[in-house]
Design a protein around this ligand. Structure first.
Ligand SMILES: Nc1ncnc2c1ncn2[C@@H]1O[C@H](COP(=O)(O)OP(=O)(O)O)[C@@H](O)[C@H]1O
Ligand SMILES: N[C@@H](CCC(=O)OP(=O)(O)O)C(=O)O
Length: 265
């Protein structure tokens, strides 16, 4: 894999990378993420960040130890946390003289040709102007109804769909695990890392379960769904541990870390 094969990339960061198990915001990680993405952008790459964390961050602001079950309470937390999340990103990126712009999306945007076209125009214009789009689902209004789907439910799939729309060379997913394992490593000490996946088989699907981290939502199952979208588009996805965002630079250089999901050539 050569450096040019990551010319345009989408990076997805999960709540478990941004908030520690005790619920505290990991400011140094966010700072290193900003430094890494700024340096890529300033070296000619097109970079899009898809970030979770609005609800996770709001839990700390409100001194709550777990997500409330009521949807309106989750919407209110998303509204509170998204503003704070963006203020942390704005400050972190500003330190590296990097402009960012907030983009909040719902499932409808991908369903409606006009809205989809508008989204692509906005993203392309930001990239052309060296602005890093910082995308999250618009959780304040993306609530599924009986007869209409507004919500992605997880940002892994959203990130893969964005990557597809902008013809990205690949998606890098940052999480709290080093790789995809043969089973959930938090539950099975004998789980082994899988470094290369060519297709999402039933066996791979069976290895992945939901989240056992305190604040993540989708677990590995939604990351596999994202990888499947990337593979269907003859693109690639790499899953790495988000604790050291500088690893993104290694991935872009073609170093084999984490789990690479790519078709066999
Ligand atoms: N086969 C597997 N390999 C690695 N992690 C797994 C696997 N199955 C389930 N998981 C769980 O998925 C979690 C990561 O997903 P999640 O908590 O949603 O993180 P994020 O916030 O990064 O999206 C891991 O912490 C782990 O508990
Ligand atoms: N849009 C939500 C993200 C929820 C989500 O998918 O979280 P994660 O499993 O950590 O990627 C938020 O910002 O809280």
């Amino acid at each position: 894999m050569s450096e040019s094969s990551w010319q345009r990339l989408v990076v997805k960061v999960g709540t478990s990378t941004l908030v520690d198990p005790a619920g505290h915001i990991k400011y140094p990680v966010i700072n290193r993420l900003a430094q890494t993405l700024s340096s890529l952008q300033q070296n000619g790459h097109h970079v899009i960040l898809v970030t979770s964390g609005a609800v996770g961050i709001a839990l700390e602001q409100m001194s709550l130890s777990q997500r409330p079950s009521s949807i309106p309470h989750q919407q209110a937390l998303a509204a509170l946390g998204q503003g704070y999340l963006m203020s942390i990103y704005n400050q972190s990126f500003a330190f590296y003289h990097q402009l960012t712009g907030q983009v909040l999306l719902t499932y409808d945007v991908f369903d409606n040709p006009k809205m989809r076209h508008n989204m692509i125009n906005a993203l392309e214009t930001m990239l052309a102007q060296h602005i890093i789009p910082v995308i999250n689902e618009n959780d304040v209004i993306a609530v599924d109804e009986m007869d209409h789907r507004h919500s992605f439910g997880d940002n892994d799939k959203l990130a893969a769909m964005v990557a597809q729309e902008v013809n990205a060379d690949g998606l890098i997913v940052l999480s709290d695990v080093d790789a995809l394992y043969t089973s959930n490593p938090a539950l099975n000490a004998d789980a082994k890392p899988i470094h290369r996946v060519y297709e999402i088989t039933d066996a791979i699907r069976c290895s992945a379960t939901g989240s056992t981290s305190n604040f993540g939502t989708g677990g590995m199952a939604t990351k596999l769904a994202a990888a499947e979208i990337m593979l269907l588009n003859h693109s690639k996805m790499v899953l790495i541990n988000g604790d050291n965002p500088a690893l993104i630079l290694d991935v872009v250089k073609g170093k084999q870390i984490g789990t690479l999901f790519e078709e066999e050539k």
